[in-house]
Design a protein around this ligand. Structure first.
Ligand code: XMP
Length: 493
């Protein structure tokens, strides 16, 4: 059982996901009956136990929106100004499926050259025109490709060519109603206006025909997507926290590689005192003692992992950390007694690792490298040796520190910079729209093989020793991977 593996005579040896394996159970249900409902913090339940890392090559608004639509949550990184981070959080909170809530807008006095520029930068060619060129002011027209295609002179004002005979939708409007209006009008764009005729959002025909249904979405009481954000534990982070609350954040993650500190305990107490409704995740921790200190200070969730991320060098630089399966097991055993959910952070390289993290007691997994390279991450794709790649870097890497993330890895304003991470590249994984369902299905198959329909069933049975688990020798680990082929290509990843 897990207790024998992690607390028996071998317990002096730290173990990670690949060291252990479950023995299969009995299957009496279909894979579609498996549910992955879980918790990310005391008060926040999710339908998909996935969290995206607060890293500047992983989570900004687009990733946080994608994660929440698929039932998880994204944690917006803080390697940017307070204003920029709040703007990302606002984009998530304001997101409405199918509606463009921050369309590019121009004023009547702008020229066709301005339209060309926008088309070049963003690809958009249907641009709403308001009195002063800003959203939330009076809509006076729309410019589409057809209005400007054959105009030789690009210096003329938009007002001379824009369409003023508008088909608009009045707020509030549902996607179904908008769809019907677009069908009748045969237009490409449908501006949504309020009572006063001011532009509030835009609906695009191409978006609507592609619009997916997201039955698992993580939403708050007002049906806005849930959004998390990372902050530090300095005094200045208190202002950041207050601004994020103003922007609508649901959960904050105190970002530290060694979370058992007085700074963090002070921050947790301060937050729970002034904004008890905001969920606070503390960490990172890897031992029961560290976890207890944060639980006593009042955390709503614990982030577990030290130096196990794919881009981490903390264990090598600081001689401190813990193999991830041991860390998740031990912290979860303690946290469970207090009802505090655990987020297993880092070192997840496949769906098998996710299943192991959940069964050892984690409520959710936080992922950096597994999500890096998806379309929703910040940064552009590039080609190298014929492969389409995106950059992925540790927040303690020199590259990220140049932008400003030194806070997490240096307690004080040290003059010598010691990197605790590296930067590199990962392959293009396409959109979360296909990738998350693929991960979800892999995890469901795992639960089915072990014989449980839900994460809580699985965890309870692991905790009482009803699920059989064994250590794997080095040879067994090789056997469990691909072997004995002259060459192979992976069709899955
Ligand atoms: P994965 O394995 O998912 O890990 O790529 C992501 C997690 O790694 C942590 N992280 C770092 N750890 N140096 C470290 O020691 C770094 O530069 C660094 N950057 C990120 C973080 O916990 C993240 O969620």
């Amino acid at each position: 059982s897990a207790a024998d593996v992690f607390e028996g005579s071998k317990s002096q040896c730290g173990l990670t996901y690949d060291d252990v394996i479950f023995l299969p159970g009995h299957i009496s249900f279909g894979v579609d009956e498996v549910e992955l409902v879980s918790k990310i913090s005391r008060k926040i339940a999710v339908k998909t136990p996935f969290v995206s890392s607060p890293m500047d090559t992983v989570t900004e608004a687009s990733m946080a929106i994608g994660m929440a639509l698929h039932g998880g949550i994204g944690i917006v990184h803080y390697n940017m100004s307070v204003e920029e981070q709040c703007a990302e959080v606002r984009k998530v909170k304001k997101f409405k499926n199918g509606f463009i809530t921050e369309p590019t807008v121009l004023a009547p006095h702008n020229t066709l050259a301005d339209v060309d520029r926008i088309k070049e930068q963003s690809g958009h060619s249907g641009i709403p025109i308001t009195l002063d060129g800003r959203i939330h002011s009076k809509l006076v027209g729309i410019v589409t490709k057809r209005d400007i295609d054959f105009q030789e002179d690009r210096s003329i004002a938009i007002s001379t060519v824009m369409t003023t005979d508008l088909v608009v939708a009045k707020e509030p409007v549902s996607l179904v109603e908008a769809n019907e209006l677009l069908r009748q009008s045969k237009k490409g764009k449908l501006p949504v206006v309020n009572e006063a005729g001011a532009l509030v959002s835009l609906i695009s025909r191409t978006d609507i025909t592609k619009a997916l249904d997201y039955p698992l979405s993580s939403v708050d009481a007002h049906k806005s997507l849930l959004c998390g954000a990372a902050i530090g534990t300095r005094l200045s982070d208190r202002d950041r926290f207050l601004a994020l609350v103003d922007a609508g954040v649901d959960l904050v993650v105190l970002d530290s590689s060694q979370g058992d500190s007085e700074y963090q305990r002070d921050m947790i107490r301060w937050i729970k005192d002034i904004h008890p409704e905001i969920q606070v995740v503390g960490g990172n921790v890897v031992t029961r003692t560290q976890a207890l200190h944060l639980i006593q200070a009042g955390v709503d969730g614990l982030r577990v992992g030290m130096g196990v991320g794919s881009i981490c060098t903390t264990q090598e630089v600081c001689a401190c950390g813990r193999p991830q399966a041991s860390a998740v097991y031990h912290v979860s055993r303690l946290a469970r007694k207090f009802g505090v959910p655990v987020i297993a952070d880092g070192g997840v390289a496949n769906t098998g690792h996710i299943i192991k993290a959940l069964s050892l007691g984690a409520s959710c997994v936080m992922m950096g490298s597994l999500l890096a390279g998806t379309a929703e991450t910040p940064g552009d794709y590039f080609f190298q040796d014929g492969v389409r790649l995106k950059r992925y870097r540790g927040m303690g890497s020199l590259e990220a520190m140049k932008v400003g993330s030194a806070k997490r890895y240096f307690a004080s304003a040290a003059k010598v910079k010691v990197a605790q991470g590296v930067s590199g590249a990962v392959v293009d994984k396409g959109s979360l729209n296909q990738y998350i369902p693929y991960l979800v299905m892999g995890v469901k198959h795992g639960l089915q093989d072990i014989g449980f329909k839900s994460i809580s069933d699985l965890q309870t049975n692991v905790a009482i020793g009803k699920v059989r688990m064994e250590l794997r020798s080095a040879a067994a680990q090789r056997e469990g991977g691909v072997h004995s082929l002259h060459s192979h290509s992976s069709s899955n990843n």
